[in-house]
Design a protein around this ligand. Structure first.
Ligand code: PGA
Length: 247
């Protein structure tokens, strides 16, 4: 990875007026940024984001259907996302796994649908606090990533992976740079066994990454960028993270 990748995950926040301000402020702040930057917005605002994003700001979705098309009320297909210029789709976010019962197999299929439509899936993996305390961190993230590798075969070098310890998401508790690096190194090794081009795959860290801690996390060998929730809703904070990733 040469250029880092910073992705905002707005989650279920925003409205037309506030989004417009945020999209303009973030876009305007990207002049001179030496990393890739994207925002994953709620589905109804994809068209707005696509139009308002300038200066290289890319857009993404927060989920994608595991189905191609048809009688799946409420679902949004990868092809529909593609129509709105979407470059990335988060898949398997822990909030989807937890509140919507998404399994490893579902996540693998969603990644496959995104890839088939030319969208880069950002595959989220991460352990809960109970799993970490039980010494299961490595086993959990390996199992989650293995499902995606198994289903996607040689396309695996086209994905992005986000390591997001569940206990660090929205809690203000960040993994230490060493804790994050340890898991990232493990994921990199797992990907290296599956593809000849593991270096093409950006490994993002997510979980309370903010303007103050981004630089030390991004300085780690195997941390290629960040997936940022709360701090992506404030242009100044998000742009500070972008600047930290631009060194
Ligand atoms: P957070 O969320 O930065 O608010 O912890 C990260 C995420 O859930 O992607």
């Amino acid at each position: 990875m040469t250029r880092k990748l910073i992705v905002g995950n707005w989650k279920m926040n925003g409205n037309l007026a506030a989004n417009q301000d945020l999209l303009h402020a973030v876009s305007a702040g990207l002049a001179g940024a030496a990393c890739q930057v994207a925002v994953c917005v709620p589905a109804p605002y994809l068209a707005q984001a696509h139009q308002a994003a300038t200066h290289g700001l890319l857009t993404g979705a927060q989920d994608v259907s595991a189905h191609e098309q048809g009688a799946f009320t409420g679902e949004v297909s990868a092809a529909m996302l593609r129509d709105f210029g979407v470059r990335f789709a988060i898949v398997g976010h822990s909030e989807r796994r937890q509140y919507h019962g998404e399994t490893d197999a579902d996540v693998a299929t969603k990644a496959q649908r995104a890839l088939a439509a030319g969208i880069t899936p950002i595959v989220c993996v991460g352990e809960t606090l109970a799993e970490r305390e039980a010494g299961q961190t490595q086993a959990v993230v390996k199992r989650q990533l293995a499902a995606v590798i198994h289903t996607n075969g040689h396309c695996i070098s086209e994905i992005v992976v986000a390591y997001e310890p569940v206990w660090a998401i929205g809690t203000g508790k960040t993994a230490t740079p060493e804790q994050a690096q340890e898991v990232h190194a493990l994921l990199r090794a797992q990907l290296a066994a599956a593809t000849a081009h593991p270096e093409r795959i950006a490994l993002l860290y997510g979980g309370s990454m903010n303007a103050a801690n981004a630089a030390s996390l991004l300085a780690q060998n195997d941390i290629d960028g960040g997936l940022i929730g709360g701090a992506s809703l404030k242009a100044a904070d998000f742009l500070t993270i972008v600047a930290a990733a631009s060194h």
